[in-house]
Design a protein around this ligand. Structure first.
Ligand code: AMP
Length: 402
């Protein structure tokens, strides 16, 4: 049993780091997934007789206000979340206009069991991102216990995500339910994976995914490479890729990676064909082509029919699946077939008993778009944090608690 599930929260003031960095347009929250993801942790503390002090960042106020003087603090305020959070929790949510100072400490001190206080955006202070210990100590003073439930910022050594933990004794600091779920799922894939373990890596750029692929060479049996990044590999192999996406400064690296995989006995699967288009647009003319022979002026925007069949076969035989990055420009209907087919294959493998983890920005958007989010084993909320975890890095937010 985890520390969080067995902890007695009665009479305790829980200082919880959440990730409420939700998209807001014209004052309206357009996607509240991150807020909803934190609710089980908050509700458990409240129903067991504790009170909750929530802290989060929103955007990058200091940096953005420096760049754009027309922006004000109000453009980054967490006050815009209060009503929505109150509606989701079904209780009043108090708010402190400044995460430091008299108002915050008085409201925190007066908090009664069952009550919730949200602190204003931590990143109004540059000390947050700098990981300033004095700033962290002041925040720590509000709570009896510290709970980190912000997996999305676990890769940052910020004051509220990592540094703060030193001001709590070991029994008084723990992961929340979201963080526990994320860490358990990620560790299950990386450290206790049942084989065959297939990693599906897609998206635009090889340079973004190189470290994750290198680390997965130590763990995975099969690595599927799709999306725009596949063309850099084809060019490295001497193919004609037309005007497909390519990082010319990564050709040697791509080649070296293929050789390294071969030496290690890891199967790298590149898409043999593509759906190519005469322009980057939803109404482009399209046809299929072998990836070694894409005509000049045409670009690969999705994997082709043969690649879909190959990849489906590999996925269906897998016992562990990690999926990061789409197979094509799935935002346009004309180029979503490959990503959708892979999503279906991951769902089918999961139904047969495989453990599947989908994470990292656009693949999450893809499973949500196709309605498969509840049909895979775990959908991660952490983009950069999940990537860094699979790159083999120690995440400060996890290390500070463990
Ligand atoms: P990433 O953030 O690196 O996972 O990349 C995701 C983005 O890659 C999405 O916006 C896709 O539209 C884009 N993408 C995927 N395949 C291609 C492709 N063949 N050509 C251009 N962009 C692509």
């Amino acid at each position: 049993m985890s520390k969080f599930s067995t902890f007695d929260f009665s009479g305790k003031k829980a200082l919880i780091r959440v990730d409420f960095n939700v998209p807001i347009k014209d004052g309206k929250i357009t996607d509240d997934t991150r807020i909803k993801a934190a609710l089980p942790t908050i509700q458990k503390v409240l129903t067991e007789g504790g009170s909750v002090i929530l802290m989060s960042h929103w955007g990058r106020p200091v940096k953005d206000m420096e760049k754009k003087p027309e922006l004000t603090k109000a453009d980054f305020s967490l006050s815009r979340i209060v009503d929505h959070l109150a509606a989701l929790l079904g209780i009043e949510v108090q708010f402190a206009d400044d995460c430091l100072g008299a108002e915050a400490s008085e409201k925190a001190a007066a908090l009664q069991p069952g009550q919730v206080l949200l602190l204003e955006n931590l990143r109004y202070y540059k000390e947050e991102e700098k990981g300033d210990a004095d700033f962290a100590e002041k925040l720590a003073g509000y709570g009896d216990i510290y709970i980190n439930d912000a997996f999305g910022t676990a890769h940052r050594a910020h004051a509220s995500t990592a540094v703060i933990a030193q001001f709590f004794d070991t029994p008084a600091k723990m992961f929340g339910l979201l963080m526990e779920g994320e860490v358990t799922a990620a560790q299950k894939v990386l450290s206790q994976s049942e084989q065959p373990f297939t990693a599906i890596i897609g998206g635009a750029k090889v340079s973004d995914k190189i470290l994750i692929i290198e680390n997965l060479l130590e763990k995975a049996t099969d690595i599927i490479i799709g999306g725009g990044m596949a063309y850099t590999f084809y060019k490295a192999l001497g193919g004609d890729i037309g005007s497909s996406l390519c990082e010319d400064d990564r050709l040697d690296m791509a080649k070296a990676l293929l050789e390294k995989a071969k030496a290690k006995g890891v199967n790298i699967h590149l898409p043999v064909d593509s759906l190519i288009a005469d322009k980057f647009a939803p109404d482009a003319q399209t046809k299929e082509a072998d990836n070694m022979h894409i005509e000049a002026g045409w670009m690969g925007l999705d994997i082709g029919t043969k690649a879909i069949e190959d990849f489906k076969h590999i996925v269906s035989n897998s016992r562990t699946i990690l999926w990061n990055g789409p197979m094509g420009v799935f935002e346009m209907e004309a180029f979503q077939k490959g990503t959708k087919a892979i999503a279906e294959a991951v769902v089918a493998a999961t139904e047969k008993g495989a453990f599947s983890l989908v994470g990292g920005g656009d693949s999450v958007a893809a499973v949500n778009k196709f309605g498969f989010a509840d049909k895979v084993s775990y959908v991660s909320t952490g983009g950069g944090a999940l990537l860094e975890f699979f790159e083999g890095k120690v995440l400060p937010g996890i290390a500070a608690i463990q």
